[in-house]
Design a protein around this ligand. Structure first.
Ligand SMILES: Nc1ncnc2c1ncn2[C@@H]1O[C@H](COP(=O)(O)O)[C@@H](O)[C@H]1OP(=O)(O)O
Ligand SMILES: [Mg+2]
Ligand SMILES: [Mg+2]
Ligand SMILES: [Mg+2]
Length: 357
């Protein structure tokens, strides 16, 4: 008898790996006019669009009736009066076709829409594939959620980013697959091999595999450490999480080590394998609403590694509200044993901040 979600896991790993090979290749060749600035002022590159196209083509072929909540849409690419738009479209077509046509690994199946035997997809088919990600989310039923490049700013700096795909059923995350092409296999080993994929399935645990050697799955667990040795993990971008609030929380916990800052869900991955202990994401108060694709896979990876993920009030993240997590109360993730102390420190930090107002 095969384990639950065995096929979904294989397809998701294949899709994420193909997207990772694309994003790694693009980074070295990205030229200036291949980045757009979206309505919310965040950057998006040809790599984000083509990675979403690749993953959505594969999901559509393997699971044709599954809806997808994906970050990107093709609206900015369909502007016929803008010459940049045409350049981006042809680059995306080339990149996505290249990644889809890569040779099949021994466990991959051509019926997932991949491998050299499939013909080239047209630009129109690929833009439509990107737009398969326009599902609005739902409390009931099955859906995928995709962030083709989480941490686009990290990607552009040559630092951390993650290709993140998760399967949700009835608001619960069942499967998470995250590819981190720039993450060292061992924390801090910048000179060593980079490129990890993290996989979690509900009830089956969390694992890390080297991108270069996929068969070597290592189960990962959050270690137990004394409070005095804990390190916090937070965003590089001060606009994404209040560094003054996270500083107060760390202080209330008696943590003296500097925070480990990195972009993307690589923070959840680092926490799950014990490279940091407490992921703090505190609202900056400018009305940003967190999106489900930024937390679905990472939160399952942490819970399956023995941790707890909640908002800053201790409430579970709700993946059934639509494309967003609703009102932003932040995210707090850590090992089970320290989580209550972190929530207490959050309460203390908040009280101090309100006294200062
Ligand atoms: N103002 C904001 N506040 C919080 N998160 C944001 C904001 N703007 C963009 N993001 C998203 O936060 C995530 C990265 O945060 P971080 O790396 O700091 O953890 C990304 O998903 C990024 O989107 P994107 O996927 O476009 O990079
Ligand atoms: Mg983005
Ligand atoms: Mg993101
Ligand atoms: Mg993104």
């Amino acid at each position: 008898m095969s384990l639950a979600f065995a096929l979904e896991k294989q397809v998701a790993i294949s899709a994420v790996l193909r997207a990772c090979s694309l994003t790694s290749a693009v980074f070295n060749k990205l030229v200036k006019n291949e980045t757009l600035v979206k309505g919310d002022k965040s950057p998006v590159t040809v790599a984000d669009y083509s990675a979403q196209a690749v993953i959505n083509v594969i999901l559509a072929q393997a699971f044709p009736s599954d809806p997808i909540v994906g970050e990107e849409d093709s609206a900015d690419l369909r502007n016929d009066s803008d010459p940049t738009s045409a350049t981006l479209r042809s680059r995306i077509t080339e990149l996505a076709n290249e990644a889809l046509a890569l040779p099949l690994r021994d466990w991959e199946k051509a019926e997932w829409g991949i491998g050299p035997t499939h013909g080239q997809r047209t630009t129109s088919q690929l833009l439509d594939a990107i737009d398969r990600g326009n599902f609005s989310g739902a409390r009931k039923g099955r859906m995928w959620t995709l962030d083709p490049i989480d941490g686009t700013k990290g990607f552009l700096r040559g630092e951390q980013y993650a290709v993140c795909l998760a399967l949700i059923e009835d608001s619960e995350v069942k499967l998470g697959v995250m590819g981190c092409p720039n993450l060292p296999l061992k924390a801090g080993d910048e000179a060593g091999e980079k490129g990890c994929i993290f996989v979690a399935v509900e009830g089956q645990g969390s694992e890390q595999r080297p991108i270069s050697s996929l068969q070597d799955a290592t189960p990962i667990h959050i270690p137990t450490r004394p409070l005095s040795e804990l390190r916090t993990l937070e965003s590089v971008e001060a606009a994404h999480s209040s560094q003054s609030t996270t500083g107060r929380i760390a202080q209330a916990l008696g943590i003296t080590a500097a925070p480990v800052r990195m972009d993307s869900q690589a923070k959840y991955c680092s926490l799950a394998r014990g490279d940091g202990d407490i992921y703090l994401r505190m609202p900056t108060g400018v009305g940003y609403v967190e999106k489900i694709w930024d937390h679905a896979g990472g939160s399952l990876l942490v819970t399956e590694a023995g941790g707890v993920v909640s908002d800053s009030r201790g409430q579970p993240l709700d993946f059934g509200l639509g494309r967003t997590l609703g009102e932003n109360f932040g995210v707090i993730a850590s090992g089970k044993d320290v989580h209550p102390s972190v929530l207490e420190a959050v309460r203390k930090a908040r009280a101090e901040e309100s006294q200062k107002l």
